[in-house]
Design a protein around this ligand. Structure first.
Ligand SMILES: *Cc1c(COP(=O)(O)O)cnc(C)c1O
Length: 372
C-alpha cells in the first residue's frame, strides 16, 4: 500500500528527545527551543522566531499582536485550512473571503483591493503548496491602506519569492510542523516576526501574558502578569524532535523536490492530452516540493483518478472545501460566489509525496493514472 503521506524520521529524533528529557529542563524555552529559533532567525532572516505548539497557535498569536477586535475585517482566501480564518474569528473579526487565482489556488492578488474597507486590519495570504503569493502586490496594498500582512506560511518552509524566503516578507508569518508538512514535529509551529514593533509583546503573549522570557535573560529581576496571552510554547521534547528534522533540512528538501520533478516531467504530456492542469509556479516563485496536485477537468475525472489509484492501494486525496461555504461561516459570508475556490474544492487532487516514496513508486502511481 502507498499512503498519501508518511512522516519521515531522520534517526536522531529519539536521541535528542532523550537528551531533552534527561537534561532536567523539559518545559519550553530551553536549549533545543533556542537552537531551533536561532536556526530560523539565521537562515531566513526573521527578526524573531518563536516555536509554538502549532501553526494555528502561531496564527492566533498574530491575531492578538495585530490587535484584532470585534468589528475588524481580515482578508483571507477561501481555499485554505480552517485555522487561517479561525485564528482571527476567535478575536472577533469578520473574515472577508477572496477568491483564488484562476491559474493557482493562492489568493487572487489583483482583486484584494476591492475588498478593503475602513474596517480592514490585515491581509492573510496563504502560500498554497509552498508557492509564493505575489508579495509585492500584497505589500503595496497593505502600505497604501496601512494594513498588516500576516503570511500563512504553514506549507512554505524553504520556499522563495524573488529570492526572499517566504515568511520573511509580511509583518509576521506562521509555519507548521504538523506531521503532514515537509519538516514535522508531530504537532508544532513557528511564529516569525519581521516588524520589530511586535517583538517584545510576542514573547509575553507566548508565555501566558508574563515577561518570563525577559526574566530568564536576566533583564528584569522578577516577572509577572503584563498582558493577554496563553501557553503557546511547546516543551523541549518537541523542540528536540524538531531539531533532528532541521539538521536534515537540506536532505529532506532535495528528496521532496526530486519527487515533485519526477511527477511533473512524467505527467506533462498526459496532462495536456487529458485537459488536466499540473501545478503552476510563477516566475517569481521557487517552490519547496511540499505538494504535487492535479486540477482535473471535471469532478468525475477526479473521482476516476482517486478510484483507480485506490484499487491499486494508492491513496490520493482532495483538499480544502471552500470556507465561505462552510457550515460555520456560510451565513456570515452571505451568498457571494467564489468560483475559482469552488473549482479547486471540486477538482484538485493531491498525489502521494513523502521522503520514503521511491522512484519506482512514483512510476507506478503515474502508470495507474495514465492507464485510466
Ligand atoms: C497545516 C496548515 C495549517 C495548520 O497547521 P497546524 O500546525 O496543524 O496548526 C494552517 N494553514 C495551512 C495553510 C496549513 O496547510
Amino acid at each position: 500500500m502507498i499512503p498519501f503521506n508518511k512522516p519521515y524520521l531522520t534517526g536522531k529524533e529519539m536521541h535528542y528527545m532523550y537528551q531533552a528529557v534527561y537534561s532536567g529542563k523539559i518545559s519550553g524555552n530551553g536549549l533545543f527551543t533556542r537552537k531551533c529559533q536561532d536556526f530560523f532567525e539565521q537562515r531566513y532572516g526573521f527578526k524573531k522566531a518563536l516555536l509554538t505548539t502549532s501553526c494555528t497557535d502561531a496564527l492566533e498569536m498574530c491575531a492578538i499582536l495585530a490587535d484584532i477586535k470585534p468589528g475588524d475585517e481580515v482578508i483571507v482566501p477561501s481555499y485554505t485550512f480552517v485555522s487561517t480564518a479561525l485564528a482571527f474569528v476567535r478575536q472577533g473579526a469578520k473574515v472577508v473571503f477572496v477568491d483564488s487565482r484562476k491559474d493557482h489556488p493562492g489568493i487572487d492578488e489583483d482583486i484584494i483591493e476591492e475588498y478593503v474597507t475602513h474596517k480592514t486590519k490585515a491581509i492573510v495570504p496563504v502560500h498554497y503548496a509552498g508557492v509564493a503569493c505575489d508579495m509585492d502586490k500584497i505589500m503595496n496594498i497593505a502600505a497604501k491602506y496601512n494594513l498588516l500582512v500576516i503570511e500563512d506560511a504553514a506549507q512554505a518552509i524553504e520556499s522563495y519569492y524573488k529570492d526572499r524566503p517566504l515568511g520573511s516578507i509580511g509583518h509576521m508569518a506562521a509555519f507548521s510542523f504538523h506531521e503532514t508538512k515537509n519538516i514535522n514535529a508531530g504537532e508544532g509551529g513557528l511564529l516569525a516576526i519581521n516588524d520589530e514593533r511586535f517583538i517584545k509583546r510576542s514573547e509575553i503573549i507566548w508565555e501566558k501574558g508574563t515577561n518570563r522570557a525577559e526574566f530568564f535573560r536576566g533583564e528584569v529581576n522578577k516577572y509577572g502578569w503584563c498582558d493577554t496571552g496563553s501557553s503557546f510554547l511547546p516543551s523541549e521534547i518537541i523542540a528536540a524532535y524538531l531539531w533532528a528534522q532541521l539538521e536534515n533540512l537540506g536532505d529532506i528538501q532535495q528528496k521532496r523536490t526530486k519527487i515533485w520533478q519526477q511527477y511533473y516531467i512524467g505527467l506533462k504530456d498526459w496532462a495536456k492530452a487529458h485537459e488536466v492542469r499540473l501545478p503552476t509556479t510563477p516566475d517569481y516563485a521557487v517552490q519547496n516540493g511540499h505538494m504535487f496536485y492535479l486540477v482535473c477537468n471535471s469532478v468525475k475525472q477526479r473521482e476516476q483518478i482517486i478510484q483507480a489509484l485506490k484499487e491499486k492501494d494508492i491513496l490520493a486525496v482532495f483538499h480544502y472545501l471552500s470556507l465561505h461555504k462552510s457550515k460555520y461561516y456560510n451565513d456570515i459570508h452571505g451568498g457571494r460566489e467564489l468560483p475559482n475556490s469552488d473549482n479547486y474544492s471540486d477538482k484538485l487532487v493531491r498525489l502521494p509525496l513523502f521522503y520514503e516514496l521511491s522512484q519506482q513508486d512514483v512510476e507506478n502511481i503515474m502508470d495507474v493514472i495514465k492507464n485510466i
